[in-house]
Ligand binder design. Sequence first.
Ligand SMILES: Nc1ncnc2c1ncn2[C@@H]1O[C@H](COP(=O)(O)OP(=O)(O)OP(=O)(O)O)[C@@H](O)[C@H]1O
Ligand SMILES: [Mg+2]
Length: 313
Amino acid sequence: MADKKEILLEVKDLHVSFGRGKSLFEAVKGVNFNIYKGETFGLVGESGSGKTTIGRAIIRMYPTSGGEVIFNGQKINGKISKELDKDVIHNIQMIFQDPMASLNDRAKVSDIVKEGLINVQKGLSEKEQQERVDKALLDVGLLPEFASRFPHEFSGGQRQRIGIARALIMEPSFIIADEPISALDVSIRAQVLNLLSKLQQERNLTYLFIAHDLSVMRFISDRIAVIEHGKIVELAPTEKLFAHPLHPYTQALLSAIPMPNPDLEQNKKVLVYDESVHDYSSDKPEWIEIEEEHFILANKKEASEYRERLKTL
Ligand SMILES: Nc1ncnc2c1ncn2[C@@H]1O[C@H](COP(=O)(O)OP(=O)(O)OP(=O)(O)O)[C@@H](O)[C@H]1O
Ligand SMILES: [Mg+2]
């Protein structure tokens, strides 16, 4: 990660809802975080906690119902100019979870990879398009010959590389990777992770990396935010979060990580998170910086307990 911390993306009190009236459902309930240029920011939480929704709200696939998304100093949620929209499409790209479902099986690889590009750069000649596709395929370790084939001819790992090529061809500065390896065979996960980290180094890319697996997160993230039911409960640099998680939900998630040593695995205690430990009836929770770069959702009473605990570490 870059030494000088420059903010690329700010998410401020973001709300996202689905439906309306009686069936209104708030999937994201006021989340706050910044992402620094060049870092990998991990967003982890259980299924249905709102991770994908946050990613899609940032990239404007879902409308926001409150708060702000600020990219490179400009507000990009809500109504924006055509020019800024184009800028966002270029700069922010998403890699999807399931490479089997996210690629159109009836389209040739070249059409899939260049689709976004030709939408924003109308004037490109056939030859230029072909060159850009070939380069994007080479960049992700695929042969340019593959351009004329169809997605079903490829393995899961290769298909995810096609998904990455489709993002890279736009020359983005920020990539949202939504569980990019969870659908892949364990044997090829490391290859795809290594490709993502190589690309990051070569191009100074910034990643928002979404996963529910904390052990993968530990390996690739500079900082991690833990989300539960549409609220981020804790955010800290990776080492800090693993060394002294404070929120009971984070502690429960960490306790569930499988251990490589079978003896330890057998004797470990998995914690169960019980929301009723919080008494928020009068003392309401706020988003607090409890120590440098370590944020937590806590009320005043909890915050003072957490501070006490930090002193004893
Ligand atoms: N388009 C939609 N319409 C209605 N509800 C939705 C929509 N997308 C998501 N939701 C709901 O919002 C909540 C958060 O969903 P989301 O997909 O963001 O979770 P997630 O953390 O990405 O989960 P997973 O780990 O399973 O991918 C869920 O309750 C989900 O049912
Ligand atoms: Mg998801």
